[in-house]
Design a protein around this ligand. Sequence first.
Ligand code: SAM
Length: 275
Amino acid sequence: MLKNALENVLTPEESEELISAFDQIGDIIIVRIPDSLLDKKKIIGETLLKEVSIAKSVFYQASAVEGDFRTRSLEILAGENKTETEYKEFGCRFIVDVENAFFSPRLSTERERIANLTQDGEVVVNMFAGVGMFSIMVAKKKRCTVYSIDINPVASNLCKKNIASNKLLGNVISINGDASKIIKEKLENKSDRTLMLLPERSDEFLQSAIDTTKNGGIIHYYSHIHADKKSDAGKLSEKHYLEITPVKSEILGSKIVRPVGPRYYQTVVDVKISK
Ligand code: SAM
């Protein structure tokens, strides 16, 4: 459909390139535009707005995801200049702010995997929770308590709203602040399952993840890894984890979550720790 929509604006090769760099989140479209097509960005935005009936805004992603809050700069190309929207995933509803708090629709398979692994009665610590996507999906699926920590106040406030709209008050607790500090203050040895979805800085936060996790608990350790062969990425991240962890760890499994660059992957290693 999009290829047809862009037929009069771009060559088939150009539209192919554009479509792989494209996210639709609720009624917002975000498009990454290669430098070679930047002079056509307005017409691309206007065409997408016209052709995608549910879209109300089209933004150009003007920076990479960056900084402590893992956010990106957006530039309006067409439609309403608002960055909040409602996004639905597996029966949960979320208000997200695509510019001021981290959000990626590309993690939905991983969110479902973690929700399926979680057992009734568990305490989960989500150290880098954003607007609460993983926290809410897990608590919607299993009877558990989730501490949902984020340092970005915009993300923590949206998480509070999302907890209320998904009727999970008391099951998910949104806490604003630095995960290491919060864990030291009140969450040591509390967690059956710890999520550390800040892959660029996992090694730095591993000790805090261990501190919050009970003896016999599980850590989902996310990282970024270079691998010449895609099939090696999981094993390489297991090896890296085992080299840096200070505790006895049983590897339960590992996998690629998503590609993040040429021969560069976001991976997750699931480990059971003993301490
Ligand atoms: N898990 C969420 C999701 O999948 O939507 C968000 C993951 S995002 C990659 C990483 C998050 O970590 C950002 O929302 C950022 O604000 C937060 N963050 C960065 N440093 C932090 C810290 N020291 N303590 C707590 N949160 C932090």
